[in-house]
Design a protein around this ligand. Structure first.
Ligand code: CP
Ligand code: NVA
Length: 331
């Protein structure tokens, strides 16, 4: 039985026992600001060392990550599963269609049960509140593998890709977001908030980013929402976009296609960016909609490095969250 058993239901959220080194036993990663600037810098540095092979080993031997998917995934599933294996641990893929959560078992009960078996839980879902609820009731770290509001793991990989191109310093890097104010846009705003990126988001009216996330960032960082993609792209070192209709918004595809008319990253838009600008896209992409084939398959595109970096940066995250205490499989 877990030594960190808590009283059920209405009680306060579980309070984790401190680690021997004094840090809290449970750290969640629901959004980028869950990590301090220093922690983010360290996490990205370790990701680079893991990629180069400078840092190796099996620090998560005997540990298990449960991955719950309520939405489709290629990169997120692969990178977490392969990452756990490479770190000496194990990952279990759980589709919500196959576990009791999909038949109405509550999130708190799922959190409590899973915490007895595994060392961390990753969830990809619709409502962000569901991840918050899972984290509140789990006694092991919870990782946001994408919600309608945020996709923090992807933006960590994007930041690693930017560092590879331009060097480790991220403060002041000029980033242009073109298109929907969606989970990716919100996570870029969070990255600007923590790391001091200069961010210009060009979004059509009615498709702006989350106002609370924007306001928090604008208090400390140079983040602006504009209407004209050309204004956002001007002088940017990173130009990035995403699909017009995210997972769960398929019914809105036609309406969105009209609203996003003109919000396309094409060769002309890239010409407005800095000479050495790179193009990023979290993928999957729709060539001919939010980006032309000329750009995504062109010389300035770094989308496949970006996809690969999901592996390295998430390994670094897993070590940060799951390392340093005995695994459940090792008792
Ligand atoms: N970028 C990303 O999260 O890809 P998947 O949906 O394939 O996991
Ligand atoms: N905004 C996209 C990202 C996919 C990785 C979505 O939520 O579907």
């Amino acid at each position: 039985m877990s030594p960190r058993t808590t009283t059920p239901d209405a009680g306060p959220p579980p309070v984790a026992a401190p680690r021997e080194d004094g840090r809290p036993a449970k750290r969640d990663f629901l959004e980028i600001p869950d990590l301090s600037r220093e922690e983010l810098v360290g996490l990205l540095a370790r990701a680079a060392r893991l990629k180069s092979g400078e840092e190796r080993g099996r620090p998560l031997e005997g540990k298990t990550l449960a991955m719950i998917f309520r939405k489709s995934s290629t990169r997120t599933r692969l990178s977490f599963e392969v990452g756990m294996y490479q770190l000496g641990g194990h990952a279990i893929f759980l589709s919500d269609r196959e576990i009791q959560l999909g038949r109405g078992e509550t999130v708190p009960d799922t959190a409590r049960v899973m915490s007895r078996f595994v060392d961390a839980i990753m969830l990809r879902t619709y409502a962000h509140e569901e991840i918050v609820e899972l984290a509140r009731h789990a006694t092991v770290p919870v990782i946001n593998g994408l919600s309608d509001l945020l996709h923090p793991c992807q933006v960590l990989a994007d930041l690693q890709t930017v560092q590879e191109e331009f060097g480790a310093e991220l403060a002041g890097r000029r980033v242009a977001w073109i298109g929907d104010g969606n989970n990716m846009a919100n996570s870029w705003i969070n990255a600007a908030y923590r790391l001091g990126l200069e961010l210009r988001l060009a979004c059509p009216k009615g498709y702006e980013p989350d106002p609370r996330i924007l306001k928090r960032a604008q208090a400390v960082a140079d983040v602006k929402v504009v209407r004209d993609p050309r204004e956002a792209a001007e002088g940017a070192q990173v130009v990035t976009t995403d699909v017009w209709a995210s997972m769960g918004q398929e019914d809105e595809s036609e309406v969105r296609a009209k609203a996003f008319n003109g919000f396309v990253v094409d060769g002309a838009l890239m010409k407005r960016a800095a000479k050495d600008a790179i193009f990023l896209h979290c993928l999957p992409a729709h060539r001919g909609e939010e980006v032309t084939a000329e750009v995504i398959d062109g010389p300035r595109s770094r989308v496949f490095e970006e996809a690969e970096n999901r592996l390295h940066v998430q390994k670094s995250l897993l070590v940060e969250l799951m390392g340093g205490r005995p695994g459940r499989g090792k008792r």
